[in-house]
Design a protein around this ligand. Structure first.
Ligand code: AMP
Ligand code: MG
Length: 488
């Protein structure tokens, strides 16, 4: 079968990867295949829900035209710099130009050791594979730029973590896997040609439409900043906590990548973090915009030699953009959040109105997703659905009165306004307790039905489905805080 693989990264960026070979999977099984994504990739891809596809997704066959490689990158992990990380458990099969003429990477994640594996086995247990499948496709359906999941397979082989667990491989599709960490890797070589080659490749692949100005690399930096600002604002608007915003997990394309310890917040508390290794809460919900700036400053450092021969001038130019990230983020955030409360043209007091709501939500530990979703119930519907989210009613009552006054200034509060509100506020997100439940049924009972059912709910997050109330509810309150683990 001809899948039209291309290998521009391998051909143009020597020194940024090593050739790689996937392990054989002894007894692979195709758990999930993304027909919708396959359709975007091209007609041949639709034929891969088959033994032939399984053989590719399990690493047993190298498809025609693929030059499998593992990419090199560095990264700041929790603030400390590691000069050589790289794909320790991933193999890039190659690139496919999709139906919309977008070049996309196809990568196997969890297919065995590579030269970058260090002490690891290069494998993945099935739990994190299914978790990434669910959450990345949910993110896509929520309109958040993200890598996608094409296939999830079990390998038929156990991997040892704290105990033996079934092994799995995710086939991931991304607009590229170039990270801030890839630029940091180029920078560690001290070879200006390498940094420039990587920047030129990234511009050609992601930012062809840079405005015509004199300093192409400065504009490239600004464009990456804008993509990341937009991305993190969107995360914040849905209560998404990435959990491991290390520079090796931040893409140049502006897609969300690496779903290891991420999770959605149920009850609103800006200090929430879930990752078991994030002991200080560095990547807590409310820190994400600060880390955004920090990561982009690390990116800027790698570009200094490309921006200007005069290093001081280069630093000055880059610093101007870095300083502006905070206010650009705040504007972007306000625009997205205002839409969630039905405001499209922002007025002076709207920021206060939003912050006031968030304060009341925080005081009441109100569910983040449902608070916004049930605003529409205050227009037409059952207003108790909204008010029941708040333990104490006084402040929220007052807020609702002010809010209704404000939205009446711009809109008629009718059915179409309600539809507009609901389009910006999902009903279904991957709630942690349900994710855990469907994964545990899949892994320990070999019952994949709940996983498939939940997936079908998540890929249509705005439309209420009959008999699906359980998917809307936050986890029951327990004394045991929810913890997540890196996706190994
Ligand atoms: P992550 O925290 O998942 O972004 O991964 C950080 C680094 O650890 C990357 O270089 C990964 O390739 C590597 N890594 C994670 N899990 C494994 C594994 N099971 N075997 C080898 N390398 C791994
Ligand atoms: Mg990573």
């Amino acid at each position: 079968m001809k899948l039209n693989f291309e290998n521009t990264f391998a051909n143009e960026l020597k020194g940024f990867y090593e050739s790689s070979k996937a392990n054989n999977s002894p007894s692979p099984f195709l758990i999930k295949f993304n027909l919708e994504l396959a359709q975007d990739l091209g007609p041949e891809w639709l034929k891969l829900e088959s033994d032939e596809g399984l053989s590719i997704f399990s690493g047993n066959t190298v498809p025609n035209g693929s030059k499998p490689i593992s990419q090199a990158y560095s990264g700041h992990q929790f603030g400390g710099f590691s000069p050589l990380l790289g794909d320790g458990r991933a193999i890039l099969l190659g690139e496919v130009v999709d139906k919309k003429k977008i070049r996309r990477d196809v990568q196997l994640k969890g297919s065995g050791r590579t030269v970058f594996s260090r002490g690891g086995d290069g494998k993945s247990s099935l739990g994190p594979v299914l978790r990434e499948y669910l959450i990345s496709e949910s993110m896509y359906s929520l309109g958040i730029p993200t890598t996608r999941a094409l296939a999830a397979v079990s390998t038929g082989e156990d991997v040892f973590r704290e105990s033996n667990l079934p092994g799995g491989i995710l086939t991931r599709v991304a607009s590229s896997h170039i990270r801030i960490g890839t630029f940091q890797y180029a920078s560690t070589t001290g070879d200006l040609n390498k940094i420039q080659a990587l920047a030129d490749y990234s511009i050609n692949r992601h930012y062809l439409k840079l405005p015509e100005k004199k300093n192409k690399y400065l504009e490239f930096f600004e464009a990456v900043c804008d993509s990341q600002i937009s991305l993190i604002s969107k995360w914040m608007s849905i209560g998404f906590i990435h959990g491991v915003m290390n520079t090796d997990n931040m893409t140049i394309s502006g897609e969300t990548i690496d779903y290891g310890p991420c999770a959605f917040m149920d009850r609103y508390d800006p200090n929430t973090f879930f990752s078991s290794i994030d002991t200080q809460g560095r990547y807590a919900y409310s820190n994400q915009p600060l880390i955004l700036s920090w990561n982009l400053a690390r990116f800027a450092e790698t570009l200094i030699p490309l921006i200007d021969k005069d290093q001081d001038r280069a630093i000055k130019l880059l610093s101007e953009k870095i300083i502006s990230i905070k206010s650009s983020y705040e504007q972007e955030w306000l625009k997205i959040m205002a839409k969630k409360i039905g405001i499209t043209v922002i007025k002076n007091d709207d920021l206060k109105l939003l912050n006031n709501l968030l304060d009341i939500m925080s005081e009441n530990n109100a569910d983040f997703t449902l608070t916004f979703r049930y605003l529409s119930e205050l227009i037409i519907g059952d207003e108790n659905l909204f008010y029941n989210l708040f333990k104490s009613k006084e402040k929220i009552n007052k807020w609702v009165i002010t809010w209704k006054g404000r939205i009446k200034e711009d809109s008629k509060l009718d059915e179409s306004f309600l539809l507009k509100l609901n389009k910006n506020n999902p009903l279904y997100i991957p709630r942690n307790h349900i994710v855990e439940d469907v994964l545990s049924k899949a892994l320990f009972e070999k019952n994949f039905q709940p996983f498939h059912e939940f997936y079908d709910i998540l890929v249509n997050p705005y439309n209420e489905k009959p008999n699906s109330e359980k998917y809307t509810l936050p986890a029951p309150i327990t004394n045991k805080p929810y913890k997540t683990f890196c996706g190994t």
